[in-house]
Design a protein around this ligand. Structure first.
Ligand SMILES: Cc1cc2nc3c(=O)[nH]c(=O)nc-3n(C[C@H](O)[C@H](O)[C@H](O)COP(=O)(O)O)c2cc1C
Length: 367
């Protein structure tokens, strides 16, 4: 059998895929007021349907979990109906799609929220960072309220209900965002989790929130294959800090390995350059790697057995047909970071597939 590479058909989350390319979850800040995804998102995601698996931008499971300007949720009937239009469009183009649940925990500002409830976190430790608000520009993050032990089952149930909502909206599965310093990672990390109950202290206790949330999502989804997870050990982002990330994440990955998740997505960041080599031997299931990959490095990761899938982010913003471009050896359009989070179509839906661009005049190509 020839060696597999990025463009070899694969299987993930119980789905057959035409390639091993995952579109990374990417917040694009184009949602409407009240956490409703916009009509523009229908076209944006449908344009990217040739990815092996699309992961949505971070979506708040509940209003309390939403912290950024113009970001979506999946709690109300209006939000679910808007997501359904998106999955319909992606499916009509033959695509597959998981929704990422991003509960921000302590990362947020009241001006970005459509609930008057305060931010919640494992401990009342404010993130020493600023966040964009449309109303007042950059602001210091709010100080979160520490969750009572007795409230935690309710937070976890929020993820279970969001799972049911996402499946109702036509998603093939759901991903727990346990990376980038948001609520699950706040529980995992010693700097943000100073609890003295069964959810804080030892690594076994700090992983408990994540494990129980995954269990609840699996029960709600009716199977572990429909649930994935993203982690980013030691990422220097959102003021997150852990005394011993290797201990924390080896403990977590060993606990999660028997669950039979659809996949584990590990984002490699500079503090631990060999994190894939550390975690891969502990995880027999579908293993997806991300962080700065392109065609050659992605091919190598799959061919060497380091990864089953490769997650690509920024290049997908400006190359909706990334799989076709890789397959055809076509040039990639450079991404434009100035439009990552800006409202409107510019930099969002106006990067066209190479096949379309080739048939157009030079004037139209400069998008
Ligand atoms: C504009 C932008 C928004 C992002 N939003 C999210 C997000 O909502 N959830 C998430 O897990 N990661 C998010 N990320 C991180 C990506 O998923 C990915 O891990 C990161 O960009 C590294 O992959 P790359 O080097 O291929 O871009 C975002 C990245 C970018 C560039």
């Amino acid at each position: 059998m020839p060696t597999a590479d990025l463009l070899t058909p694969g299987r993930i989350g119980g789905l057959d895929t035409p390639n091993r390319l995952m579109m990374a979850p990417m917040t694009r800040s184009r949602a409407l007021a009240g956490g409703v995804p916009s009509e523009l998102a229908i076209e944006y995601y449908a344009q990217r349907a040739s990815a092996g698996l699309i992961i949505t931008e971070g979506v708040a499971p509940t209003a309390v979990g939403l912290g950024y300007a113009r970001t979506p949720a999946v709690e109300t009937g209006e939000q679910i109906a808007a997501w359904k239009k998106i999955t319909d469009a992606v499916k009509a183009k033959g695509g597959r799609m998981f929704m990422q649940f991003m509960h921000v925990g302590r990362i947020g500002h009241s001006a970005n929220r459509y609930t008057s409830e305060p931010l919640v976190a494992p401990s009342a430790v404010r993130a020493n960072a600023q966040i964009w608000t449309d109303a007042h520009g950059l602001q210091d993050m709010d100080t979160p309220r520490a969750l009572e032990t007795g409230e935690i089952p309710g937070v976890i149930e929020g993820f279970a209900q969001a799972t049911r909502n996402a499946l109702e909206a036509g998603f093939d599965g759901v991903e727990l965002h346990a990376a980038s310093g948001y609520l699950p990672m706040q529980f995992l990390s010693t700097g943000t989790n100073t609890r003295t109950d069964g959810y804080g202290g030892s690594a076994q206790h700090r992983i408990r929130f994540v494990v129980e949330t995954l269990e609840a999502m699996i029960a709600a989804a009716g199977g572990a294959a429909k649930v994935g997870m993203k982690i980013s050990p030691a990422i220097p982002f959102n003021d997150i800090q852990d005394d011993d990330p290797i201990e924390t994440y080896t403990t977590l990955v060993k606990a999660v390995a028997p669950m039979g998740l659809g996949y584990l997505h590990v984002l490699r960041t500079p503090p631990i350059p060999n994190i894939f080599e550390v975690l891969r031997p502990l995880y027999p299931g579908t293993f997806a790697v991300g962080g700065g990959f392109e065609l050659e490095s992605g091919n190598r990761a799959v061919a060497s057995g380091l990864a089953d899938f490769v997650v690509i982010g920024k290049p997908f913003t400006s190359n909706p047909d990334l799989a076709e471009r890789f397959a055809g050896g076509l040039e990639l359009t450079p991404f434009d970071a100035t439009t990552f989070y800006s409202p409107g179509a510019k930099g969002y839906t106006d990067f066209l597939p190479a096949a379309v661009r080739a048939g157009e005049s030079d004037v139209a190509v400069g998008l």
